[in-house]
Write a protein that binds this ligand. Sequence first.
Ligand code: SF4
Length: 681
Amino acid sequence: MVNLKHAEKGTAPLYDRLHLCLVKPSKYDDDGYVIRYWKGVLPSNTLACLYGLSEDVKKRGALGENLDWQIDTIDETVQRVDVAHIARQSRHKGTKTVVCLVGVQSNQFPRAADLALEFRREGLDVLIGGFHVSGIISTLPDIPDDLLALQSAGVTLVAGEVENRWETILKDAMNNALKPLYDFLKESPDISMAPMPRIPKSLLNRYAVKHFATLDCGRGCPFQCTFCTVINVQGRQMRYRCVDSIAERVRENYRTHNISYYFFTDDNFCRNKNWEPILDALIKLREEEHIPVSFMIQVDTQSHRIPGFIEKAIRAGCSQVFIGMESINEENLKAAGKKQNRVADFKNLVNAYHEAGIATHLAYIIGFPFDSEESVHRDIQNLQLLGADQASFFMLTPLPGSMDYRQFLSAGTMMDADLNNFDSFHETFRHARLKPRVWTRCYDKAWKEFYSVENMKRILKNAKPQKYWDLFLNFIWYKNAIQVEEGHPMLHGFVRLKGRRERRATYPLESRWVYFKRRARDIWRTLIGWSKLALEMEEVWLQTRHRSSLEERVVLELGHYHKRVSEWRKLRLPELRTLYRQAALALEKSSHRHFSSPVRIPSYFQLWLQKWNVFSDSLTFTRFPMRWYWRSVLRQLKQGQIHRIQLFKTAFTGFREFILFVRFLKALAKRADYSMLALEQ
Ligand code: SF4
């Protein structure tokens, strides 16, 4: 198959075809199944970086002008990794197959290790890189047993970043000379002229938002938070990509893939010394080239004090900032080495972005040393008062590569032996003040409280009109992950997929019948979860939706009837309808008599017609009366008083529910146009 004789003499290449499989592994759920979704939420930037680097080596012909390349990118959170199929392809004459498990985080390591061994059993070359391997190598004096076991199975470990080194690694692979370890941690590469991340079109289609991509404009962070792995893996010295390359990538992505929304994955965008030229370049793209680019960035809590930062960010298309607030307890912040965070300044921080029209998204960690059940509850209440638009919660996790991990090791603190749980939503050590399971309860409660109907309503009512639907859709995304999928919004996507055989080796392979019952239960739970979520979000929409001018004026008229406007919310549906007609007619009369109204008031006849137009807008701001009615029907059913259920009223309420729901869906669909308009502005 391979002409080794020629190869030894250096007269001919060993292979004429390279099949490069770039795989971003997923992780196992608590039942041992691989987490995979029909539609994902966040594309992997590491996968995009490695794809960009590989395309660059290919374009330059660095491995041979005549080498035939096949580069596959697989994100296991949205694609099945078909080991047998890849192995079959590798048997083609003259083909070298290299499997690279990229961007592997600690919680993905058990899955990555299982995949690596499967590929090795098929005789393929396998490399594992990412934060876990890098974190372990940077922290421990010796390579631990699990990594040694992989090495002895022939797996290559890669620690650190591979910019400027990727070509060498691939050359080694083509010469069958991969080393057991590539350690680049001592010297972080200069990324100023490195090839830019790219995402293949085939992968884009697998995410819920197709015009969304990730891109890192810089790496590293100058701060020293004890729980963070960035500083030990990517360093405290900030490094930057070339501004022109960033602008060119954004331009090309828009032209070729219609990508207009970005998550700039820099851990701290505002500490990139090029933040201003980058934002200027994006402003130019928007204002001169009419590319409707928009993006989300991660910033620190002092970012609002950087002169001109917020003003330029909004002009450049920044729609949301992800802020590492972590805690609103001063003692916790001190313990975490988060010296730059000042609780007294948090309100100003949120207000500064809010006033500029940029949504604020707070990262909040539960499980710091001074957290207790009561304090967490109190802090989450206070967190809501800051007026942030979104929050993401995490449980403190001593991730390999962080200072916490080192400290835990030197203090001999027991940690969970299963790395699959190091995902920041499992308890991984014994907390001094939060008992086992109480900690998880606090964490679950934090999500529930922040994304309660009341708090979502408050946020949406305070939101700038152009932010309304962006936030609303984010709430659907988050609530789907928390409530329906019972996972974390940054990992869990839409419509869970499972494979019977895609199960962790430590769990038994279920029979078809047992597996079928499990899936039937899953699907039923998902359907119930979606129904509840849909009704909940419909209620949020009804109570916060934009009111037409007519509705505003009718509400005012209703206020005259009832003195206090708030009281009409307690009215029942038929009473509301009667009042609505009376108010509209009164309004019509007064507008004819006293002034020429800019609002078009429908006549009684038009109102009567509207009644039968099921798609017309009407003065409904809550599902409360319907909910109340269904409860009474349920009660009657439970008490066996079926004869007391009014058939006509039940049918009418059901019809009313249906119409309201159609109107809700219509508003959601319309939002797509609105959002694109907002981006273009
Ligand atoms: S947590 Fe954020 S601010 Fe702190 S060191 Fe890590 S990247 Fe920097």
